[in-house]
Ligand binder design. Structure first.
Ligand SMILES: O=P(O)(O)OC[C@H](O)CO
Length: 507
């Protein structure tokens, strides 16, 4: 609870920091100096050994664990020299979100231009916090497809859905963290506690990929396309009656300097931030490839002329990979809602001998009963295509290896571990890491981005983790005769059943 209370306190202080100086949070200044950047380093100097390689190839390094993925973002923010461009479906002002904001503000203070593009629907930040950040001369925040949340009252939100249903449903689900136009982290993680092991009740098993060099140019182009889209509106225009105020970020800095707000393991890694890239190189897991392909849908994705269908670039790319698979397809997806199109594709693949395994959430591990309810209704049809389905256990044994250890040592109870990775490995040689959930919303409504990585070495590493997670200590195999739905309370089952009324096209 300490972390949660701290961030609530911080939000209150952060809002009022322009009015009155409050009593300072007890901050050991030596920790602050330990974790702040070493001024003699920069991203260019760090990347000097691979500078030439980055011109013709893309470096690929898979970020499996939450703390590793968090530390990689911290390293990039701390040593950025020119720009930080970030694009997220969710950017919460919880513990992780506030620490991320501190890194961004400190980068902006030293002249780095920061652009933040976030989808409107899940913004849960206080409007004044958004404006305070946006008021920084080097920070610019845009809201994608506004009108359903930020700056709107309940009446306006309901009206938007009632009168403009298709547009209101078109969300930006991309997740990109790009620094100096040359290093990118993209994949399943949003910016919030549960993606980095900081939630005390529920955390996600997720996966990102770090990309360096060649293909990041295309990611930059895609970011600019979104940023300049008419759907992306400056936060000051979205939040009505707002005034641009000069803001003091001292309380935010103090919060992020407080060692109580980091797990001890993460503190250690943050203290060793300058070694981040050296460690990645020495791991032997950084692979340099000629052809890595980043595929992103266009802003708006489809014009609504086909109602709630219509597909998009990322959908086409995935269909193409499934159609060309020759021996195996292994998938991890938190939500698994298939339509006739998807079932036919899988059936055609299994008919030509392709072995397909999918790991998704069980009712006990899911955070989304609506999505589970729809999956439940189609589960048998999907199984009949010859696909094997595994459902993640909420207490999967793998969490002892993947979750930041401290969370398990200090709490009386173990937080639930849900699946959030969106990954596919085809024929043990092509890996897709991205934001795409196997559901109609990702296929037709949300803009999604995926990275297609043709490398046996990367596929082998990712499959090693997947194989582990298919095992009985981590997942139930569901069949035509067995499913683990009864592992949850009657109440959760009833709740799931009551969601059957929701059309699957919007899930
Ligand atoms: O958890 P995310 O980021 O995959 O988002 C899930 C929502 O269903 C997307 O619309």
């Amino acid at each position: 609870m300490v972390l949660k209370l701290n961030y609530l306190l911080l939000i209150l202080l952060f809002i009022s920091c322009s009015q009155e100086k409050k009593e300072s949070i007890n901050t050991p200044s030596d920790f602050c100096s330990k974790i702040h950047r070493n001024d003699s380093l920069s991203l260019s100097t760090e990347l000097e050994p691979v500078k030439e390689l980055m011109k013709s190839k893309t470096g690929v390094y898979v970020l499996e664990d939450g703390s590793g993925s968090m530390v990689a973002r911290a390293w990039l923010s701390e040593y950025a020299e020119k720009t930080i461009d970030i694009q997220y479906f969710i950017f919460s002002t919880d513990n992780v979100g506030l620490i991320a904001c501190d890194y961004l503000v400190r980068a902006a203070d030293r002249g780095v231009k920061v652009r933040i593009l976030v989808d409107d629907i899940m913004v849960d930040a206080d409007e004044q916090d958004v404006l305070a950040l946006n008021a920084h001369e080097n920070i610019n925040i845009k809201i994608y497809n506004p009108g359903v949340n930020l700056g709107k009252n309940l009446y306006s939100r309901v009206k938007k859905f009632a009168t403009d249903f298709t547009v209101a449903n078109q969300r930006m689900h991309n997740k990109v963290f790009m620094v100096d136009d040359k290093v990118v982290i993209t994949g399943g993680r949003n910016i919030a506690d549960e993606y980095f092991d900081y939630d005390h009740r529920y955390n996600f098993r997720d996966r990102d990929v770090l990309l360096l060099g060649k293909e990041t140019k295309n990611i930059g182009k895609s970011f600019n396309h979104f940023w300049n889209s008419s759907l992306s509106i400056n936060a000051h225009l979205v939040i009505e009656n707002s005034k641009k105020e000069k803001t003091n970020f001292n309380q935010l800095h103090e919060y992020a300097c407080n060692p109580d707000n980091f797990w001890p393991q993460v503190r250690k890694r943050i203290e060793n931030l300058p070694d981040t890239f050296k460690n990645i190189q020495q791991s032997g897991e950084l692979v340099w490839l000629d052809h890595v392909e980043y595929v992103s849908d266009f802003p708006g994705k489809n014009d609504g002329s086909e109602g709630l269908t219509g597909g998009g670039k990322s959908t086409d790319a995935l269909i193409n990979l499934v159609k060309n698979a020759q021996s195996s397809i292994d998938i991890q997806t938190p939500y698994l809602i298939t339509t006739k199109l998807g079932q036919t594709l899988f059936k055609e693949a299994t008919n030509r001998g392709v072995k397909i395994r999918i790991l998704t959430n069980s009712l006990a591990s899911t955070d989304n009963v609506e999505a589970f309810s729809s999956y439940q209704s189609n589960r048998k049809e999907l199984l009949k295509t010859g696909v094997r389905i595994f459902e993640f256990k909420p207490n999967a044994a793998i969490r002892t290896q993947l979750l930041t250890g401290e969370i398990q040592d200090t709490l009386q109870h173990k937080p639930i571990f849900g699946l959030h990775a969106k990954t596919m490995v085809v024929d043990k040689k092509t890996t897709v890491i991205g934001t795409f959930n196997l559901d109609p919303r990702s296929a037709n409504l949300n803009t999604e981005c995926i990275t297609i990585i043709p490398s046996r070495k990367i596929a082998k590493g990712v499959l090693q983790g997947m194989e582990e997670e298919f095992k009985p200590e981590n997942a139930w195999e569901t069949t035509l005769d067995f499913n683990p739905d009864n592992q949850v309370s009657k109440y959760k089952r009833l709740k799931t059943w009551s969601r059957k009324i929701i059309p699957k096209e919007i899930l």
